[in-house]
Design a protein around this ligand. Structure first.
Ligand code: CP
Ligand code: NVA
Length: 311
């Protein structure tokens, strides 16, 4: 396995199966020690992380900032529009400048290509904190949560209900197909995953022996599912399409009736924030199936592993 030190994390495709497993094992170590009372493990003492946000965030921002603090380092929250970026300084010049001050950059951007450009000109690791294409840190925390709750990856069936072209789903699909988790996506026509993501996931699935199915019918998708996952119907930046998306996706709500069709010990996952009453009903997200708060907490432990290994 190549060392992760100095590498970027823009996409789950940047990681091999063994590298993902290594990150998750390190995350488990951090979590175990956290619960043993050892919150502060200063492996990044003296290091700084610039966190650029072009869109709002609760979990990603707070978990990265707290992770840096608990690793002995420092995090700077930088709103895109408060930087000179907002006044037209180029991404390349911003990357070159930040590389002289800090040891890593995490960025949440509207356009994935801007992230690629940032990484191209930065001489330090760049981590994707969500783009229109992917959300790799979320997917790592998600497969970690599945491992924690189900004790394995291979043979697990996850049913994703909703927008099949969702950034969170893209990363989850890439991660699951590397780890041998079977994925069924129930989505309407026109909402399928982006072709380049699907192609890459299909290649991984062949190697891991897992399956990927894209179907229309949510009831069929959840049959024998170990995990049901959904995300919002209208992602950040898609607000102008709101009415059409709600119309197209209204059949893809995770309701009590739907979850009862899955396995008895099915778990419900959502990256959050949720639009309660749209993609998920209160009875589900607040019900016995829901692991969404553990899932949110795991962002902290998994990002500690990512930061410790990359920086
Ligand atoms: N899941 C997630 O990334 O949440 P935030 O948008 O609150 O960071
Ligand atoms: N798909 C959602 C995820 C938020 C964490 C969005 O991009 O808004």
């Amino acid at each position: 396995m190549r060392s992760l030190k100095g590498r970027d994390l823009l996409s789950i495709s940047d990681l091999t199966r063994d590298e993902i497993i290594h990150i998750l094992e390190v995350a488990r170590l951090f979590k175990t020690r956290y619960y043993a009372g050892e919150k502060i493990i200063p492996v990044l003492k003296g290091k700084s992380l610039a966190m650029i946000f072009q869109k709002p965030s609760t979990r990603t921002r707070v978990s990265f900032e707290v992770a840096m603090y608990e690793l002995g380092g420092h995090a700077l929250y930088l709103n895109w529009n408060d930087l000179q970026l907002g006044r037209g300084e180029t991404i390349a010049d911003t990357a070159r400048t930040l590389s002289r001050y800090v040891n890593g950059i995490t960025a949440r951007v509207l356009r994935h290509l801007d992230l690629v450009e940032l990484a191209q000109y930065a001489s330090i690791p760049v981590i994707n904190a969500l783009s229109d294409l992917e959300h790799p840190c979320q997917a790592l925390a998600d497969v970690f949560t599945i491992w924690e709750k189900k004790g394995k990856y291979e043979g697990i069936k996850i049913a994703f209900i909703g927008d099949g072209s969702d950034n969170v789903l893209h990363s989850l699909l890439l991660a699951c197909s590397k780890l041998g988790i079977n994925v069924v996506i129930a989505t309407p026509p026109g909402y399928e995953p982006r072709p380049e993501i699907l192609k890459s996931a299909e290649e991984s699935a062949i190697r891991s022996g897992s399956t990927i199915d894209i179907i229309r019918d949510p009831e069929n998708a959840v049959k024998a599912a170990d995990v049901i996952y959904t995300d919002v119907w209208v992602s950040m930046g898609q607000e102008v399409e709101r009415e059409k998306r709600i119309r197209d996706l209204s059949r893809y709500r995770v309701s009590l009736d739907l979850i009862k069709l899955a396995k008895g010990d099915v778990i419900f996952m959502h990256c959050l924030p949720a639009r309660r009453g749209e993609e998920v009903d209160n009875e589900v997200i607040d019900g016995k199936w829901s692991v969404v708060w553990d899932q949110a907490e795991n962002r902290l432990h998994v990002q500690k592993a990512v930061l410790a290994l990359l920086l």
